[in-house]
Each structure stands twice: as structure tokens, then as C-alpha cells.
Design a protein around this ligand. Structure first.
Ligand code: SF4
Length: 372
């Protein structure tokens, strides 16, 4: 029977030091060695946990927000993400000069048509169901022919359930609808105000053309050529007090997307930016007040800064995913060089937020049960 040995320091018989005294009394060196190793292991584990916890706290408070460990986990999650809905900003050029524009004309590059088609094919093979063509102004390049050919390719060749466009509407001609309207599911036109003076102040205009008259004309063409009509509005200091209920109800879009003006470093904020959008920014409360005023409009889909930031899969003119997690657009490598699976790891895409903001909806015009 083992004699009870009490620790000389604390007096307890179960203390490690008491155990050591017992074994040293019995000259049992292998057991003593094992005990030392166990103790060292426990000390090491304890200090590792403390260091890990401290580093995570530091990363969280230093503004980087995401630790390398969390970033790795996120990337693994993103890697398994399907690019169901992709926004391809194939051009940065635009004929408007909106003061808050967050995809500015930093380059004039546009991929050759065959390369753009190759990239779209890769996306389809990775699970893309919806493509949205955006810019810049997508109808500007080659007078809308480049865009028309991509729209046709995505619907006819790739058989995508949904093909859509976001445009300022100023460059669209009726013959474009005659040629390509069948292949387009949704056309979204940006309109922030029904007051032309406000549109002038925002920069959403060109010369003396009326942005609002154009909007009504395009709504009629959409009806005539069986394309679902949508409106996008950016709420900012110039339109935040406006009441748009009457005009939106008259235009009757399938969706009215209402965005809170967002700052993106390098695009519309910061030193390297082509815009200074700070004077357009509104508070969360102002945005809520605008939404409250328009709560009776059933097609309204609100998008606060929080919902908007990382919930879009954005491809730039080189077919690189743009990661907005750090408040700027950090590009991945091009999907044309490394494939979708590798590039998407650097997209910063938040799939949960995409679903939370209603990113998946009835997006094929065939399923919308519209009265044309
Ligand atoms: S219409 Fe769109 S792309 Fe053109 S300047 Fe305005 S926000 Fe930017």
C-alpha cells in the first residue's frame, strides 16, 4: 500500500509536488520523468490558449477585424460556395458622373468577346444560375452589341435561368430590344429621383436629356418586348427626403431595390479615388426614415450598407472577384487564369448575407407570371 505523502509547500496529498516527492522517495525515475512531461505539456497547453485568446482579441480591436485563422476558415467556406448569382462589371466606362459611383472608370479595359464567353462558361460549370451585366454603363461599349451578344450567349448557349442587366438607361435603343429582348430576363434601370434638378445635383444625367422621361420610355419597351422591369435607387443626402411612392407605383417594377449610399475606399472615398462621396452619405436612421415613408410600396427591397457590403459576387473587367471586406475592392486572380474555385476564395463573399438580403428570388421571367 502506498504511503500518503503531503506536499511540503501546500500540505495537500494530491498536489503534483507531493506526487513528485513520493516518486523521488521511491527512486522511481521513469515515472518521475513521465510526470514532468505531463506537467510541461499542461503548462504549454495553458500558455498556448492564453496566447491564442490574446491574439484574437488584439486582431479584433486593431481594426483588421478578421484574424488570419478566421480568414482561413472563411476562405475554406467560400471555396465550397457555389457562384449561383454573379455580377460581371465588364466595363468601367460610363457617360454619367454620379458623385457616389462605387465602380468608377479607373481603366477602359474590356475583355475580347471570346474571352468573356470563356469565363462565363467556367462560371456556368461551377454552378452559376444568374448573371447580371453591369458597369460602368454596359450599353456604352460597342453601342450595346457586346452586351447583346453576351446576353444571347448566356441564355441560348449556357441556358442560364436568369440573365439581367443594370444600366442607367440613357444609351438603350428600341432596336436593341428587338434583337436581344427575348434573351433578357430582367432590366434594372438606376433612378434616384423623379426631380430632374436632384438628378443633376447627383450627376445622374447627361446634358439636357431627361433621365425620368427615359425611364418611362424604357418601362414601356420592357412591357412591349417582355422583359421584367426593375428600378435601383441609391439613397443619399440629395434624395433622402423625397417621396417616390406615386411614381414607383405608376411604373410598377417587379422589384425596387433601395440602397443606402456606400463608401468604398479607392472608388468613391480616399486618396486614390475618382469620386468624393462623403457628402452623399446618410445615417442608418435617415435610411430607416426613407424606408418607413415608402413602406406601403410592396416591391421595395431595402439594402443597408451592412447587407450590401459582402453579399455580392463581383467580377471586374478582368474577371477577377472583388473582395470588399476591408472597405475597398481587393481583386483576386482572374478566373481565366486560375479557374473559379481558386479565385472565389478571394471574393470575400458572404453567402449567408446573400440569402438574408433575399439574393435568391424568382429570377426567370418565365416563372414571374407577368402580364405583358
Ligand atoms: S450611372 Fe452607374 S456607373 Fe455610371 S456614374 Fe452613375 S453610378 Fe457610376
Amino acid at each position: 500500500m502506498r504511503a500518503q505523502v503531503r506536499c511540503a509547500w501546500c500540505g495537500h496529498s494530491r498536489c503534483n509536488r507531493a506526487e513528485m516527492m513520493f516518486f523521488s522517495n521511491e527512486h522511481s525515475s521513469p515515472k518521475l520523468l513521465q510526470l514532468c512531461l505531463d506537467t510541461l505539456h499542461r503548462i504549454f497547453c495553458f500558455f498556448s490558449s492564453v496566447c491564442f485568446w490574446t491574439l484574437r482579441r488584439l486582431w479584433a480591436t486593431e481594426g483588421s477585424h478578421v484574424s488570419p485563422v478566421d480568414r482561413k476558415l472563411e476562405e475554406r467556406q467560400i471555396q465550397s460556395t457555389t457562384p449561383a448569382s454573379v455580377n460581371y462589371h465588364f466595363t468601367r466606362k460610363c457617360n454619367y458622373k454620379c458623385g457616389f459611383c462605387f465602380h468608377t472608370a479607373k481603366t477602359s479595359f474590356v475583355l475580347p468577346l471570346d474571352e468573356a464567353k470563356r469565363g462565363l462558361k467556367l462560371l456556368k460549370a461551377s454552378g452559376m444560375e444568374k448573371i447580371n451585366f453591369s458597369g460602368g454603363e454596359p450599353f456604352l461599349h460597342d453601342r450595346g452589341e457586346f452586351l447583346g451578344k453576351l446576353v444571347q450567349f448566356c441564355k441560348l448557349d449556357l441556358q442560364l435561368p436568369s440573365v439581367s442587366i443594370v444600366s442607367n438607361g440613357s444609351m438603350i435603343k428600341e432596336n436593341w430590344f428587338q434583337k436581344y429582348g427575348d434573351y433578357l430576363d430582367i432590366l434594372a434601370i438606376s433612378c434616384d429621383s423623379f426631380d430632374e434638378t436632384t438628378n443633376q445635383l447627383i450627376g445622374r444625367t447627361q446634358g439636357r436629356k431627361s433621365h425620368v422621361d427615359n425611364l418611362f420610355k424604357i418601362r414601356n419597351w420592357c412591357q412591349q418586348y417582355k422583359v421584367a422591369f426593375k428600378i435601383n435607387s441609391v439613397i443619399n443626402t440629395f434624395n433622402v427626403d423625397e417621396d417616390m411612392r406615386e411614381q414607383i407605383t405608376e411604373l410598377n417594377p417587379v422589384r425596387w431595390k433601395v440602397f443606402q449610399c456606400l463608401l468604398i475606399d479607392g472608388e468613391n472615398a480616399g486618396e486614390a479615388a475618382l469620386r468624393e462621396a462623403e457628402r452623399f452619405v446618410i445615417s442608418d436612421q435617415q435610411f430607416e426614415e426613407f424606408l418607413d415613408r415608402h413602406s406601403s410600396v410592396s416591391c421595395l427591397v431595402p439594402e443597408s450598407n451592412e447587407k450590401m457590403r459582402n453579399s455580392y459576387l463581383i467580377l471586374d473587367e478582368y474577371m477577377r472577384f472583388l473582395d470588399c471586406r476591408e472597405g475597398r475592392k481587393d481583386p483576386s486572380k482572374s478566373i481565366l487564369d486560375v479557374g473559379v474555385k481558386e479565385a472565389i476564395c478571394f471574393s470575400g463573399f458572404d453567402e449567408k448575407m446573400f440569402l438574408k438580403r433575399g439574393g435568391k428570388y424568382v429570377w426567370s421571367k418565365a416563372d414571374m407570371k407577368l402580364e405583358w
